[in-house]
Design a protein around this ligand. Structure first.
Ligand code: G6P
Length: 484
């Protein structure tokens, strides 16, 4: 057994944590991705001489050199996995986006169970496993992220390799009756059981997974209670844990206190004449419930005349997966609905919906969070939903209202203090909007303060620490936490 300090740390995810773009002279450029995960893992990787293995999202020439240069700057290695166009089509667009994504979010209609997609998924997972085998020794710690890479532990073991292996599923795990529709269900579940630890966002996800294992393997046994339980099957054990992911709370709160950001927030409020501002920010995805949210606004304006001229919904949609037909169709539906609502209700100086279809700069998004009276976080199903947590972190004045779907993973931690809604119930969401607009300042403050206290305690650094401790019995983090 090596000294724990010598173990290196290897992360695998479908995408590398960089945004590849083009500079002014057309040269390829890379910048660190914006997510909280990379913020939390980068220092751990730096301390451990670690590596992050992933697909750079492009097959352009020069990307390997770009990653090499970026590695120097980042303090850890970025190892790009190159996928052919056919692999991207079958593995990413096909198996990941047309089967796993919809099914795991309990959308069965868009699933396209093409056997060729499964073949591509296996081939691509083998490519990732090969890269992991080249980067890691059996003494190292390998942490695999998300649904794209569920076969990696099995494929590494088939190569005779046995580093310590952890897996975290960022999206929900569906109920057994839904999961069992996948023609390759047994291969997927058995491959997952080759990880030493499988992490889920919520207890519900873990329960669903255990139900599936029981249906496929009635002799499976579960031991223990609480955050981590042990599953035994044919003499082999796998640990199953619950780790609700979070954000870098202090960094968000800090930016929200920045004078420039505060000024932008003030300007936003002024531009909307200090009306009651509803805010939604979502990746364009059918799981996020944006059409249902617009329906709820329409219902609210129809049923409660006192809201006309008083409320505005600012809806930011970040373009995503534009090559998948459902996503393109959805954008058109949303634009049509926004047009209908504004067409019906607008009057001089007021339009009910302000629609933004692009990725906002970070500080501008924070200013919108800080300026809004109520966030509508109403996904139809979501692994966690970090917008809910970011909104609260940026609400340093503690006066915002979080309206949260009971089907977001975040509901598990925040349901006592958020305004909870069933996003399919447009009348219920309309009532929540009406009640929010009338909520007393004291109640707003009490609720938001309680929500912020929970997220401050359970931030992304605590999440990384908890997972690493459970997976590898080690604390790897020397985190550069800011004070909030
Ligand atoms: C979700 C998934 C991530 C994924 C992201 C963006 O958050 O959990 O694994 O990277 O969506 O989707 P994309 O398909 O563009 O990578």
């Amino acid at each position: 057994m090596p000294n724990d300090k010598k173990r290196r740390f290897i992360v695998l995810s479908n995408r590398l944590p960089i945004a590849v773009g083009r500079g002014p002279d057309g040269e390829l450029t890379a910048s660190q991705g914006a997510g909280g995960l990379v913020t939390a893992l980068a220092p751990v990787l730096g301390n451990r001489g670690g590596a992050w293995i992933g697909w750079p999202g492009t097959s352009e020439k020069g990307v390997t050199a770009l990653c090499r240069n970026f590695s120097r700057q980042a303090g850890y290695f970025l190892r790009p996995v190159s996928l052919t166009e056919a692999e991207v089509e079958g593995f990413y667009r096909g198996f990941s986006n047309e089967i796993l994504w919809p099914l795991f979010h309990e959308f069965q209609m868009p699933c396209n169970f093409l056997p060729a997609y499964w073949e591509a998924y296996r081939t691509a997972n083998a490519t990732f496993a090969k890269a992991a085998a080249a980067a890691a020794t059996d003494d190292d710690l390998v942490w695999v992220h998300d649904y794209h890479l569920m076969l990696v532990a099995r494929l590494l073991k088939a190569k005779g390799r046995s580093p310590r292996l952890g897996f975290f599923l960022h999206i929900p795990f569906p109920p057994a009756d839904i999961f069992l529709k996948i023609p390759w269900r047994r291969e997927l579940v058995d491959a997952l059981l080759d990880f030493d630890l499988i992490g889920f966002q919520t207890l519900r996800d873990r329960r669903n997974f255990f139900d599936v294992v029981k249906r496929l393997h009635p002799s499976a046994m579960r031991k223990g209670r609480g955050e981590i339980v042990t599953l035994t099957l044919a003499g082999e054990t796998t640990r199953l844990g619950v780790f609700p992911i979070s954000i870098d709370f202090a960094a968000f709160a800090d930016r929200a206190r920045d004078p420039g950001v505060r000024q932008t927030a003030k300007d936003i409020r002024q531009a909307f004449d200090n009306r009651f501002l509803l805010f939604g920010a979502d990746r364009l995805d059918y799981t996020k419930g944006v059409p249902q949210r617009l329906d709820a606004l329409q219902t609210a304006l129809t049923s409660y005349p006192e809201l006309r001229g008083k409320v505005c919904l600012i809806q930011v949609l970040v373009p995503s997966r534009e090559e998948v037909p459902q996503y393109r169709a959805m954008k058109e539906d949303i634009e049509r609905m926004v047009g209908e609502i504004n067409g019906r209700w607008s009057r001089p100086g007021w339009a009910p919906v302000h629609f933004v279809y692009r990725n906002l700069p970070h500080d501008e998004l924070i200013a919108y969070y800080a300026a809004s009276d109520m966030a509508l976080v109403t996904p139809l199903r979501d692994g966690m939903n970090l917008v809910a947590k970011e909104y609260a972190a940026c609400n340093v004045a503690e006066t915002g209202i979080l309206c949260l779907s009971e089907f977001a993973g975040a509901a598990m931690e925040l349901h006592r203090h958020a305004v909870m809604v069933n996003p399919f119930d447009v009348v219920g969401v309309a009532e929540a909007i009406r009640d929010g607009a009338a909520m007393a300042p004291g109640q707003r403050r009490r609720r938001m303060r309680a929500i912020r206290a929970i997220i401050r305690r359970h931030d992304i650094f605590q999440w990384v620490d908890a997972f690493l401790d459970a997976a590898f019995s080690t604390h790897l983090g020397d985190f550069p936490r800011q004070s909030a």
